[in-house]
Design a protein around this ligand. Structure first.
Ligand SMILES: [Zn+2]
Length: 251
């Protein structure tokens, strides 16, 4: 293969790898924000569950107060019933007693409902807390992985920069200028594989004699359509590459 073509292919490989690494680095703040949002949502679930339990406890205290009030009235009416003089007074006090009893029953029923609800709310708080703790662990692990990946990406960018500089130093200056011009115009991709007579990036069919030249990989040829520098990957000789492969039917 033409030595400069080989360098141009390497250069493109470095540029594409560096681009991918920079994109991943650029995505980090958003990934970080997504983790913050997840943690915040889990904390919010705990807060909501706790607030519901607190409201339930307040409601139970209110019911207890009401209940004590009606029980106090019931005792008072029962005392008064001992002292009634007339039938009319007796009926009036009985009416008050049965009203107080009704109120007590109603409040006891409400208390029972609230106590059942409290069991559910307590379970919901526990569930939300354990989910928060699981989420916290998952997020910590994610952050740790992200930190490690960040270090890897930085290191690979440094390696790429050094190796790219070595290639650039050895490359013909005009070739480099052409590469950089096409790269700038074509979104960072200045080199394209030609396959089956087509530029695999812009998908335009090459003229047969152009494709034949590209196939030899001995000259720098640009795609007529996108101007990218073309190279060809010869098909691997399957039979030679896998000597221990299963026998193929004769053709
Ligand atoms: Zn093309």
């Amino acid at each position: 293969m033409n030595a400069d073509l080989e360098r141009l292919i390497a250069l493109q490989r470095f540029d594409s790898a560096a681009d991918a690494a920079r994109k991943k680095l650029a995505d980090e703040p958003e990934h970080e924000r997504a983790l913050d949002t997840r943690l915040e949502a889990a904390k919010q679930h705990v807060n909501v569950a706790k607030a519901q339990l607190t409201a339930n406890q307040a409601a139970r205290r209110d019911i207890e107060k009401e209940l004590a009030l009606h029980q106090g009235r019931l005792s008072k009416f029962r005392e008064q019933a001992m002292a009634v003089k007339t039938n009319q007074e007796y009926h009036a006090i009985q009416h008050e007693i049965s009203h107080a009893q009704g109120e007590i029953k109603t409040h006891e029923d409400r208390m029972l409902e609230r106590m059942l609800e409290a069991d559910e709310l307590t379970a919901a708080v526990k569930k939300a807390e354990s989910e928060l703790s699981a989420e916290q662990k998952a997020i910590d692990a994610d952050r740790k992985a992200m930190k490690a990946e960040h270090a890897d990406l930085q290191a690979s960018l440094e390696t790429i920069t050094a190796e790219r500089a070595a290639i650039v130093g050895a490359l013909d200056k005009q070739m480099l200028a052409m590469f950089e011009l096409v790269s700038k115009k074509r979104n960072g991709v200045a080199v394209a594989q030609a396959k089956d007579g087509i530029c695999t990036i812009c998908h335009v069919r090459l003229r047969p004699q152009v494709f034949n030249t590209v196939r030899r990989n001995e000259e720098i040829v640009q795609c007529d359509s996108c101007n990218r520098i073309l190279y060809f990957v010869p098909a691997p000789a399957a039979a030679q590459a896998t000597p221990d492969a299963s026998p193929q039917p004769a053709s």
